[in-house]
Design a protein around this ligand. Structure first.
Ligand code: TYM
Length: 336
């Protein structure tokens, strides 16, 4: 059966990139796949986190999934640390991942910065844990934004390495699902930089819980160029801010780039931005309001996470037993 696994780190404000690049696609895919959506708290601690903030952010990410339309009765929603199999499988997979593969990962280079010797081992082996997340459930498909592509290629390589090492076809090679017009939403302050939770400027991103006035203000302040909007996709080249805003509009409206451009060809940014702000508010407003309602009633979210953890463990435990068996771990029976 086709199974989806995907996840988001509980490390601060969820933004439009997380919504358009990931969560919205999950909502569309949940009808056709067995879906497991995780809040990856173990990944979050690869960089320092304040414990209380990590806990509340974990609930907030769960609330975002539910508020955006992921159905907890149909999909499994849980936080990673409640299923020990993730860490256990990450160890096994780490033992067959050459350092050379990890040295190629651009995210480590970006996050470790100049002081690479001071970066933690967890940050370095981050992609191995991510491979374990996916492979623990033998997931076949992984819907993510463009920035996760390299990690997913590594997950496929690791799955292949395991299968070859033990002469089995145990793990399916997971397929990335990177689709839509907003696979890489860019910063509102700089169209060449990715919209990100860690950008120091809050004006660089639209948060899923921003109120209507804030969304409108951020869009009004978004960087643009002095030209009117072009009438063709070619006219967007070398205009990263125009391209980004058109892509955001198209994604929110559920139309292609061409259709968005046909609507605004020759228009000034001021006019376009007003329409974009109205559209963004109409899509994100109800989701943000529902997130706030859910976060204010944490028992409901916690119950969904507990149910999800039980379901996830029920899939993970037999897989881990099979993996240990393949690897040759002795499982002594209790003496009678
Ligand atoms: P994270 O938490 O950085 O991002 C969560 C999801 O949002 C997407 N995304 C974006 N999409 C479009 N434009 C953007 N500006 C943008 N920013 C973020 C990401 O591509 C991602 O889909 N390593 C992962 C979490 C993870 C995971 C996994 C994902 C851990 N294990 C297993 C899939 C499968 C991460 O840090 O995502």
């Amino acid at each position: 059966m086709n199974r989806i696994f995907s996840g988001i780190q509980p490390t601060g404000n969820l933004h439009l990139g997380n919504y358009l690049g990931a969560i919205r696609n999950w909502v569309a895919l949940q009808k056709d796949f067995d879906c497991i959506f995780c809040i990856v708290d173990l990944h979050a601690i690869t960089l320092p986190q304040e414990p209380a903030a990590l806990r509340s952010s974990t609930r907030e990410v769960a609330a975002a999934y539910i508020a955006a339309g992921v159905d907890p009765d149909h999909c499994t929603i849980f936080n990673q640390s409640t299923v020990p199999g993730h860490s256990q499988l990450a160890w096994v997979l780490g033992c067959m991942t050459p350092l050379g593969w990890l040295n190629r990962m651009t995210q480590f280079k970006e996050k470790a910065g100049k002081q690479r010797d001071m970066a933690g081992l967890g940050l370095y082996s981050y992609p191995v844990l991510m491979a374990a997340d996916i492979l623990l459930y033998k997931a076949t498909h992984v819907p993510v934004g463009e920035d996760q592509k390299q990690h997913l290629e590594l997950a496929r390589d690791i799955a292949g390495a395991f299968n070859r090492a033990y002469g089995v076809e145990y793990f399916p090679l997971p397929e990335p699902q990177i689709f839509g017009t907003a696979t890489r939403v860019m910063s509102l302050r700089d169209g060449t930089k990715k919209m990100s939770k860690s950008d120091p400027s809050d004006y660089s991103r639209i948060n899923m819980t921003d109120d209507a006035d804030t969304v409108a203000l951020k869009i009004r302040r978004a960087k643009t160029d002095p030209l009117p909007l072009p009438d063709s996709v070619e006219g967007l080249s070398e205009r990263p801010e125009a391209e980004n805003l058109i892509d955001i509009y198209a994604a929110l409206a559920g139309v292609g780039r061409e259709a968005a451009l046909a609507e605004f060809a020759g228009a000034q940014f001021s006019q376009f931005k007003e329409r974009l702000a109205d559209l963004a508010v109409s899509v994100l407003g109800p989701i943000g309001a529902e997130m706030k309602r859910l976060v204010a009633a944490p028992d409901h979210v916690d119950a969904i996470l507990a149910r999800g953890a039980a379901r996830a463990n029920a899939v993970a435990e037999p897989h881990l037993a099979e993996i240990y068996e393949l690897v040759g771990m002795l499982r002594p029976q209790h003496a009678r």
